[in-house]
Design a protein around this ligand. Structure first.
Ligand SMILES: CC(C)(COP(=O)(O)OP(=O)(O)OC[C@H]1O[C@@H](n2cnc3c(N)ncnc32)[C@H](O)[C@@H]1OP(=O)(O)O)[C@@H](O)C(=O)NCCC(=O)NCCS
Length: 161
């Protein structure tokens, strides 16, 4: 009889946090690994410092592994940026972060949420549809790097919450 090894998946500690300037380098690292035309460090810094910004990060075992960045105006939210570190994708973290962000936005009194997504970004597109977004428009050749069209997506929270 050989030894039986019980492999246990250690439970990971997850928490969301507001992204701060101390996260800038890590956010920039994920950003560069995630997009063909990543935001510059300066643009990320401006967003983190913006009084109109709502920037939520997800930490796993103390390491920032993803973020979602939004601009708020009145009862509207525009999701500007959303990424998960490639090493951590496909494990539900993106869905969880988006879901927590949407809950928080609703509690803040946001009613309307907009975003743009590359037409060919099927992973993100499916994730947004699963989360309740609907395609409401198209911006032709929105992305300068590839000339791709952007789909405009919209979600509204029902009045009864
Ligand atoms: C979009 C993104 C944030 C999703 O993060 P994630 O942690 O991988 O998301 P999840 O693990 O919750 O997966 C979401 C869905 O996509 C699916 N998925 C994830 N990776 C996939 C892959 N490589 N191929 C196919 N499906 C995939 C998952 O199965 C899941 O679908 P399900 O809920 O039906 O099972 C991440 O892929 C990313 O950072 N992409 C690059 C940046 C980007 O495109 N951001 C969005 C800009 S609009």
């Amino acid at each position: 009889m050989g030894n039986t090894h019980k492999i246990e998946e250690r439970k990971k500690t997850k928490r969301t946090k507001v992204v701060s300037l101390s996260d800038l380098n890590r956010v920039f690292q994920i950003e560069k690994a995630s997009f063909p035309s990543p935001w510059t460090k300066e643009a990320l810094k401006t967003q983190i410092n913006s009084p109109l910004g709502f920037n939520l990060g997800l930490e796993v075992d103390g390491e920032l592994i993803g973020y979602i960045m939004c601009l708020l105006a009145s009862d509207e939210c525009h999701i500007l940026n959303f990424a998960v570190d490639p090493r951590f994708r496909g494990r539900g973290y993106g869905s969880e972060l988006l879901s927590i962000a949407l809950d928080t936005l609703q509690k803040k009194g946001i009613r309307h949420v907009f975003l743009e997504v590359r037409e060919k970004n099927l992973v993100a597109l499916r994730l947004y549809i699963k989360s309740g977004f609907k395609i409401v428009g198209k911006r032709k050749r929105y992305y300068e790097d590839s000339g791709e069209d952007a789909l405009v997506m919209y979600l509204t929270f029902s009045a009864e919450g």
